[in-house]
Design a protein around this ligand. Structure first.
Ligand SMILES: [Zn+2]
Length: 280
């Protein structure tokens, strides 16, 4: 089976940034389990499997990563709490593609929760913390970065200083203020909703398009605009942004790409939110 998804001249490769399990209820918010349970498998304790899969975009000129995975700094206790079943392995996955850490040009962070930004700073072999991708510009929304640097009572649980400080001290942060183009064909869209500075990523080449809605569409089972996560900080904004992006994407027959879906890497959807084509 083909290992990567072709979007025009671009290649999209999914990397293993760690697999964990969360309570299905927190991932489906107010939706009862009798409904979401038909769309996404769960175990007897309602836990569901979720990947954390950064997507490498090879444009032919640049190497761009969307997200960074769980990273290699989780303690044994944290691994137990988040029920980590597979460790972060993106450097080996990149090596298998002939790519080294220093080769990555951009890391787009849709937001700064630890499951997305945990791989920005890594524990090096010498025991020091270092930027995982030392030559990459790290694209974060300005609003997100401000909140990550100054977390509030709730967000301190997911915005961890250990994932922020090394990047803050470097020259590698590039703040986006609203929608902006990263390179020709790859743009970020400031959505808000999940967090204040949450952003989606639009990928377009030769008339073909993919849309990465990040935590506004964590899995294919979330295609109903009202099926949002309990983690969303601004639920009504999340629903509005999600509905607009879904409608636009469905109208353009884009590939919707997933970071957390353990069963599907990307899919196309019809107007009822049903999967019409899948990439696994
Ligand atoms: Zn997430």
């Amino acid at each position: 089976m083909q290992q990567w998804l072709k979007i025009g001249a671009f290649e999209l490769h999914w990397l293993n940034g760690g697999l964990f399990e969360l309570d299905g209820g927190s991932m489906f918010g107010v939706v009862p389990r009798v409904l979401w349970g038909k769309k996404y498998p769960h175990d007897e304790n309602n836990y569901i499997k979720l990947t954390n899969s950064p997507i490498l975009i090879k444009t032919g000129r640049e190497l761009i990563l969307i997200e960074s995975g769980l990273g290699n700094k989780l303690t044994d206790k944290q691994k137990q709490i988040f029920r980590v079943k597979e460790d972060w392995n993106i450097l080996n996955d990149l090596a298998a593609l002939g790519i080294e850490r220093g080769d990555i040009n951009f890391v787009i962070l849709t937001h700064y929760d630890f499951d997305h930004a945990g791989g920005v700073v890594m524990l090096e072999k010498n025991g020091q913390l270092g930027l995982t991708f030392p030559n990459a510009k790290h694209i974060v929304q300005k609003a997100e970065w401000n909140d990550a640097v100054n977390p509030n009572k709730r967000s301190i649980n997911t915005y961890w200083p250990i994932n922020v400080e090394t990047l803050k001290e470097s020259k590698n942060v590039e703040l986006a203020d609203g929608n902006s183009e990263v390179v020709n064909g790859v743009s970020v869209i400031h959505t808000m909703g999940h967090t204040k500075g949450h952003q989606a990523v639009s990928i377009e080449s030769q008339g073909e398009k993919a849309l990465h809605m990040a935590d506004l569409l964590p899995t294919h089972a979330h295609s109903n605009p009202l099926w949002i996560m309990a983690y969303d900080n601004f639920p009504l904004d999340a629903i509005d942004a999600k509905e607009k992006l879904l409608n636009d994407g469905i109208a353009e027959n884009v590939w919707f790409t997933f970071y957390h879906d353990a069963f599907m890497k990307a899919c196309r959807l019809d107007t009822k939110g049903n999967v019409t084509e899948r990439f696994e």
